[in-house]
Design a protein around this ligand. Structure first.
Ligand code: C2E
Ligand code: MG
Ligand code: MG
Length: 734
């Protein structure tokens, strides 16, 4: 009973390869499909039933032990026997070899079916291999291996770990209507690049993408749910796993494993392929995000054009190519729209943006695909032309641009005409990219100066001027330390009685070699180079200190105010009011006696920093005057919106006052009337003749300055003048 019931085979067999079995327990039937009688009757049956892969090794060991002639303790051995129906059965064979007195030897043993244990072990191994493969792929994805290599690696893992003859990566294209084979191994490798339409209710691909579930086909010949894609049929694919590669905006595509024979995959294999696909999904996503970030860093969001950074990079490469084969030239065109501010101010920023986008599109259409159109910012565009034969080609392009801009732009349901000022700089390879842009920019400025709607070539004269500018810049850096800067002061008088009520501080530079240089020449350079910040701070401190000194000298006299000119750059940089507060505190100057002169250009580029700073200045209690009023393009709305105290009417409107041309006088008249309506004080600039005083008085203008009263004079002279009574006589300017 025991022998019948134990779940093992007990046996007695003659030693040797052909040794027949003397006894075998009945479990032989359930385990291997043979009856006891069949097994005992056939002396070679055991050796023949050995799995071909194991046979040689097992027989060699048996041979060796049997020929030894000695008894042996049980030696456990694991091998496969083939069931009668052909499927392999793993057995553990514990045999005891006994040699009897006559020299015959026999095996007394037990065979246990260990197929389940073996299968579990194999599966564990497979899973460990799968996990290792996923981890490796994940690591490489983190190391930013290129996406194509990651595809190849995932497919290699599928082939190795699953023994799949073929693996594929398909990517959705055309908005998900088609799928394209982007990578493949095995027989499908030849089809990479092919694409086919995804038919609903058709292939397993469509199903996997729609349900986001893995699809397993165990045997395509018996498959009823899906229709096999023709190329797969042609390859002879018999079974397969298809999983989705996710993406943030819908799936990226599919990863699949295929075998040329049916039923090759286990349940756990699906999870493996999906895990690989998930790593790929992350990598694809990361690559796309990085590409998007890079694109954003190098392009202008409004027009989609390359920005200055990318333009410089392309220019750099173009120059490099020129250096290698120098038979051609390259050209940089700096394009600036004329009066773009007016569009922005009159039609609004929305319309301005629309116009810029339309301009960008038109420029792009005008150039060859190999040329680069970039937006530098604002209404400035750059054009890089490569393979330019001579300057005539660059000029031809500038003319073409003028021609395409002759057509109006449709904006806000009306048509707008836009002209451009274009500066051209040519390069033969030896130049620095930033210098070329600067040269083209300078040429563009000359085009503006000469009336806009035209182009100018950067030439030697301009180069000389640029170099002179550079020299000013270098010298200016040292000017402050060396005490070469000084302030001159020009009195401002009340027109009613010609008493001095204020002075304007005007910057002077006594250059050691070149003599006096006017602010018109060096202030723009200081603004461009950022030096204006230090210079402006010096001017404010000096002016406040001087004013305090004068008032101490004559404590009983009525105080005069101090006007100081500000550059827009000083205010736009931020932190201005903190700096001013410190100067007021250290010098002890009364903020109510400080008047800051700002220009209309500051208001034109009005930013939040600008308006915040102006309000902060108002809180500090300082006065603000708008200088050179009437020469800029500022809209009148600024006058009411910003905390202004005074308008300074530009000299150009004053000089014609009292002359025959009545129209000019009308402008001055209108400005004064408007300022009075807004309760702003009016200061007339550049008063040189007595009749101007009469006219200004008649118009109701309160204050004036000009050579008629006094030229700008050194600080010492002002102190004396104030001391002496401060009423300026009418006098003829020399
Ligand atoms: P602005 O503020 O309009 O200064 C008036 C200019 O007109 C001064 O020229 C002055 O010398 C000149 N002027 C005064 N009265 C008469 C006159 O009766 N007839 C004529 N023809 N001219 C007269 P300046 O000193 O050459 O200054 C030029 C510009 O430089 C100033 O124009 C101002 O915008 C700027 N500036 C001067 N000092 C500074 C400064 O410290 N900082 C900044 N940011 N700009 C300054
Ligand atoms: Mg001024
Ligand atoms: Mg002025």
């Amino acid at each position: 009973m025991l022998l019948d019931r134990v779940p093992v085979i007990l046996y007695i067999a003659e030693a040797g390869v052909d040794g027949g079995f003397r006894y075998v327990s009945p479990q032989i039937e359930s385990m291997l499909g043979y009856s006891e009688q069949e097994w005992l009757a056939d002396s070679g049956i055991w050796a023949r039933s050995l799995h071909p892969d194991d046979r040689e090794g097992v027989l060699a060991r048996e041979q060796q032990m049997a020929s030894n002639g000695q008894s042996l303790d049980p030696v456990p051995e694991e091998y496969r026997l083939l069931h009668r129906d052909g499927h392999p059965v793993w057995v553990r064979d514990d045999g005891l070899l006994l040699v009897d007195a006559a020299g015959g030897s026999r095996w007394y043993g037990v065979m246990t079916d260990i197929t389940d244990r073996r299968r579990a072990e194999a599966e564990l191994e497979r899973r460990a291999a799968q996990q290792a493969a996923v981890a490796r792929l994940g690591e490489h994805a983190l190391e930013r291996v290129a996406i194509d290599e990651l595809f190849a690696e995932a497919m290699a893992a599928i082939s190795e770990v699953l023994g799949a003859e073929c693996a594929m990566v398909g990517q959705l294209i055309e908005g998900g209507r088609r799928i394209q084979l982007v990578a493949a191994t095995g027989p499908a490798a030849a089809n990479v690049g092919d694409s086919h339409t995804l038919d609903p209710g058709d292939s397993q691909s469509e199903h996997a993408l729609r349900t986001r579930e893995p699809v397993v086909v165990e045997d395509w010949t018996a498959e009823t749910r899906f229709r096999q894609a023709t190329p797969h049929q042609a390859i002879g694919i018999a079974s397969g796993i298809t999983v989705q590669i996710e993406g943030t905006d819908g799936p990226f595509g599919l990863l699949s494993a295929h075998a040329l024979s049916p039923r090759r995959y286990l349940r756990s294999d699906v999870a493996f392929v999906q895990a690989l696909a998930n790593v790929l999904a992350d990598a694809v996503e990361r690559e796309r995000t990085e590409a998007a970030i890079e694109h954003r860093a190098l392009h202008d969001p409004l027009t989609g054009l390359p920005n200055r950074v990318l333009f410089l990079d392309r220019l750099e490469h173009a120059l490099e190519r020129l250096r290698r084969r120098a038979e051609t030239l390259a050209a940089v065109l700096f394009i600036d729209l004329d009066h773009f501010k007016l569009v922005n101010d009159s039609l609004g920023h929305q319309a301005g943006d629309e116009l810029l986008a339309a301009v960008a599109a038109r420029l792009r259409q005008t150039v060859r695909p190999t040329d680069t159109v970039a937006r530098f910012g604002g209404d400035e565009f750059g054009l890089l032309l490569e393979d330019v034969g001579s300057e005539r080609d660059a000029i031809a392009m500038a003319e073409r641009i003028a021609a395409v801009f002759a057509r109006p732009f449709a904006l806000d349901s009306s048509e707008h005409f836009v002209t451009t000022s274009v500066g051209i700089a040519l390069a033969s390879g030896g130049e620095l990219p930033s210098d070329l842009i600067r040269d083209a920019d300078a040429a563009m400025y000359r085009a503006k100066d000469r009336g806009r709607a035209r182009y100018e070539l950067f030439d030697e004269l301009m180069r000389a001027r640029a170099i002179a500018r550079l020299r000013i810049e270098n010298d200016l850096r040292r000017a402050i330390e060396r005490g070469e800067l000084a302030l001159a002061y020009q009195p401002i008088v009340a027109l009613a009685d010609r008493s001095v009520v204020g002075v304007e501080a005007l910057l002077r530079w006594e250059h050691p070699r070149r003599g006096p240089i006017g602010p018109a020449e060096f202030v723009p350079v200081a603004e461009e180079t950022g030096l204006i910040e230090r210079i402006g701070r010096w001017v404010l401190a000096r002016a406040c200190r001087d004013a305090v000194a004068w008032s101490l000298e004559r404590p009983d006299a009525a105080p005069v105010w101090m006007s100081v000119n500000l550059s827009p750059v000083q205010i736009a940089q931020g932190g201005f009011e903190t700096m001013l507060e410190r100067i007021l505190a250290t010098t002890g100057h009364d903020p109510g006696l400080l008047c800051l002169e700002i220009t209309e250009s500051l208001l034109l580029d009005e930013t939040s920093t600008t308006s915040e700073t102006l309000l902060a200045l108002k809180r500090l209690g300082v006065q603000i005057a708008l200088d050179d009023f009437g020469t800029g393009y500022s809209s009148l709305s600024y006058l009411t919106r910003l905390p202004l105290h005074a308008l300074k009417v530009d000299r150009s409107f004053i000089s014609t006052l009292g002359a025959e041309r009545r129209s000019e006088g009308a402008i001055a008249e209108a400005i004064v009337a408007m300022a009075r309506a807004l309760s702003l004080a009016v200061i007339a600039e550049g008063v040189e003749r007595e009749e101007q005083v009469h006219t200004l008085r008649a118009l109701g203008c309160g204050f004036a300055q000009g050579y008629l009263f006094s030229e700008p004079v050194p600080a010492g002279s002002i102190a004396k003048l104030l001391h002496d009574g401060a009423r300026l006589p009418a006098r003829r300017p020399n």
